[in-house]
Structures are given as C-alpha cells and as structure tokens.
Design a protein around this ligand. Structure first.
Ligand code: ZN
Length: 445
C-alpha cells in the first residue's frame, strides 16, 4: 500500500439512516417513542434540574502497556486551540518517561477553558508557558478532555512543528476506548451486535496494521478521518458500542504472508460494495490472499436504494482537467483531458468495477490512473462520485458518470453487507471469514 494518508481507506460513508439520530441508542429511542415520552422527559429534566446528565464512565485501560496505545492525530498545524476538562490535569514533558517523571505543572481548576497557543517554539497552556517542544496533558479520572468542543478519552500530546509557530495535537488513547470512538462513528450504534462486533475486530486490525506499518516513522498512528478510519471520541459511544468492543477485546485478524509468516492484515472495509467486493490489488495495488473480491448479496437490503444505485453525476470537463492536474502534476504534459476511457475493469457477471482509467490529452499524449485514484481526485469526499462501479461518457461540456453502484472502494468488509449477514443470524466470526477469506482471528492481548 502506498500513500496511506491519501485515500479514504476505510468506510466512513453513511448510506444508512439519518446521520444525526444514528449516533446514540438513547437518541433513537427518543425519536421512536414520540411525543408522550418527550413530554415526560422534559418534565423530569425540569424536576431534576441539570443533574440528570449522566457522568461519563471512567476511561479503561489507562494502565495498559504503552505500545498498545493508539496515537490519533486530532489537529494538524494549528496555532491555537481550546482545552477544557471536568477534572484537574497535569502537564508532563512529552519526551521523558510519562510514568516516572514529576509533572511540570498542575492545573487544579476543573471546568475552566484553557487556551493553548504556541509562540517562538514555546507552548502556552492557560497562561503558563512551557519550553519543552512536546508536552502531554494528563487529565485526572475519568481521564477525559474536551478539545475545541469534542470530548476524548486518554491524554493529549502537543508537539511544536519545526517552524516554531504551529503545533499538532495527538490523542494518546488506550485501544478499547479508541475503538469505541471508531465503531460508533463507522456504523450506526443501533445495528445488530454481531455486525458491530465484526466492525470492532476489523477496526482494531486495521488500526494495528497502520500503527506497525506507518506509525513507527512518525509521531502519530492514525488520522481521525476516513483517510484512515473515523474516530469521534465520546460522542460515538453507547452501551451497545461498548458491548461490541468489550466482547471482542484484543481480537485481530491475521493471514499467512507469501513467506509463510502470519501477520496482521490491512483490514480495509467500505460502506456498500454494490454487489461484489474487490481485490485489494485492483484498488490499492497491494496484494493479500485474504483481500480478494467476494459476491455480496447482503448489502442491497440494508443500504438505501439511492446509495446502492447512485444517480448520474456530471462534472464540467474543464473542472475535471483542473482537478486531475492539481492532484497529479505529472499529468501536465497531457494538456486538457480530451477523452477518458476504461482501461481496466473487473467483471463479475452481474457486477463490474472500473480499475484503470486511460486519459487522452489535447497534446496527443496519454496516461493512466487507477480508477479509485481518479475518482477521489475528482471528488475527494466521495459523496457524489460514490464508487468506481460506473460508466463514463462525454455529455456536452461534461463527463457523465452513470449506472453507479455502491459506495466506497469496495475492498474487504462491506459494512452494509455485514449488517445484512447479522440480520440473517450470522455471527461476527462468520461475517469476517466471509469478507476476509483465508484470515483468522487471534487474541493479540
Ligand atoms: Zn455488499
């Protein structure tokens, strides 16, 4: 796999129900039970004042060995942010042993907002300046902090960038609390428990693959976006999400490599395959025995029809040229893109997906792009041009993409398909062995 941060590797797309009410079981019950419940809830709120708010559960695994902690890049190259904690917190030197050092400072006033800034390479927290280029903010129990309005578990590392004028913020979080913030962001929390468990194992596997493969050479392991897998911290959690994470604690998928060794695999997943998943080699260029395409009759009944069959989208031809050249400057010798042809396609009978695109330029030169790279260069969000399973035709001044199927890259587990299998009574292990054939589950810790 190359350029791991460039592509939406995993599946945060939401072809399910309403995004807003899918986040917590509590919210959904409120919506379903209707008016009388709402009046009762309001009356209880009035009677109980604001004390009805449930305190969050303490963060687990704070004593787990440090090599299992996940380092999530929250904010990148910022000059200021706002920190708030409901508990006192300590500030430690980020380059010294966190377990044995004496804190550089203690902030005892809980609940107050502290502004974090950087000037001339020095970080200021709540008016106090630290000369260390890296500091770690460690909130007391329940080990939760709020950064720019979002709650996260664990600790917060701040690293000054070489220019001395900006910094990165990295959430250091134990594996299971991290996964609770991922599973609830990647799947609706009210889906079948077995689908959520399959998602938890896939997300744990993918996280540790990325951590081992790319994390060793940088200060963080994963981004919090679909570039890796979506992580929303506490706002993604619910009782059912925690159940899925805890019941699969430490479980990851492994497969046999070409040299006979067994390794954690890049457990890619995506929202809706559209009828057939895809070989990883055709999308990311890497090759794993377990990342092969399989027929998927399960996602059609789960995904909304307009996400399973997406409507025709059109892009202005000049805009297509501009976007491709911006993303791939090596295409400049082509001039304007004069024609776009399918140069590679997988055909599974009733389902096909473009794998390679030939671009013909106004200068007479031509070049090729992987279909998935082409798609994301045109529409990085993936919300219009939803998959590479489509046809491309010229229509006046536009390129039209029609007969589209599915949402996402299609490699590995189909999330809607996983839910479909769970509704059919399949267990998480069966779902995973279906979408990752030749893999098996082990307990990593
Ligand atoms: Zn599917």
């Amino acid at each position: 796999m190359s350029g791991d941060a460039q592509l939406p590797i995993t599946g945060y797309q939401s072809p399910f129900d309403c995004d807003k009410c899918a986040d917590s079981v509590g919210q959904r019950l409120f919506f379903y039970q209707g008016g009388r419940t709402a009046v009762l809830a309001f009356a209880l709120l009035i009677l109980g004042g604001c004390k009805g708010r449930q305190p969050p559960t303490p963060t687990v695994q704070m004593d787990v060995e440090t090599q299992l902690w996940v380092r999530v890049l929250l904010l990148d190259d910022v000059t200021a942010c706002t920190l708030r904690t409901d508990s006192p917190f300590s500030v430690l030197d980020g380059q010294a042993d966190l377990q044995t050092q004496t804190p550089k400072a203690r902030f005892e006033q809980a609940g107050a907002a502290a502004c974090i800034q950087v000037t001339n390479g020095q970080i200021t927290v709540g008016g106090q300046t630290f000369t260390e280029g890296q500091i770690v903010i460690v909130p007391d129990e329940p080990h939760i902090f709020n950064l720019d309005g979002s709650d996260y578990r664990g600790t917060l590392k701040l690293i000054v960038n070489p220019d001395g004028g900006s910094f990165d913020t990295i959430n250091l979080v134990p594996p299971e609390p991290y996964l609770a913030g991922v599973v609830g962001a990647e799947m609706p929390g009210y889906w079948e428990l077995e689908a959520l468990k399959a998602q938890a194992i896939a997300a744990r596997t993918y996280c540790f693959y990325i951590k081992r493969r790319f994390g060793v050479n940088r200060a963080w392991d994963t981004k919090r976006t679909a570039a890796h897998q979506v992580y929303r911290g506490l706002s993604a959690e619910s009782a059912q999400i925690w159940q899925a994470v805890n019941q699969t604690k430490g479980q990851v998928l492994i497969c046999t490599q070409a040299d006979g060794t067994e390794e954690i695999l890049p457990a890619y997943y995506s929202s809706t395959c559209g009828g057939h998943t895809e070989n990883s080699a055709n999308v990311f260029g890497d090759s794993f025995e377990t990342l092969i395409g399989v027929r998927c009759p399960y996602c059609q009944d789960v995904a909304k029809p307009k996400f399973f069959f997406w409507p025709m989208v059109r892009f202005d031809k000049a805009e297509v040229t501009a976007k491709l050249l911006e993303r791939y400057p090596a295409l400049k010798p082509l001039g304007q893109i004069a024609d776009i042809c399918a140069a590679g396609r997988t055909d599974y009978g009733d389902f096909a997906r473009l794998t390679n695109i030939k671009l013909l330029g106004s200068t007479g030169k031509s070049d090729f792009l992987r279909a998935e790279d082409f798609r994301l260069a045109l529409d990085p969000s993936g919300r219009r041009l939803r998959s590479a399973s489509c046809q491309i035709i010229g229509l006046g001044d536009t390129w039209a993409f029609l007969c589209g199927r599915g949402w996402g890259h299609g490699v590995g587990m189909c999330q809607c398909g996983a839910e479909g299998m769970a509704r059919d009574g399949k267990k998480a292990e069966e779902i995973l062995s279906y979408y990752y054939p030749a893999s098996r589950i082990i307990n990593m810790y």
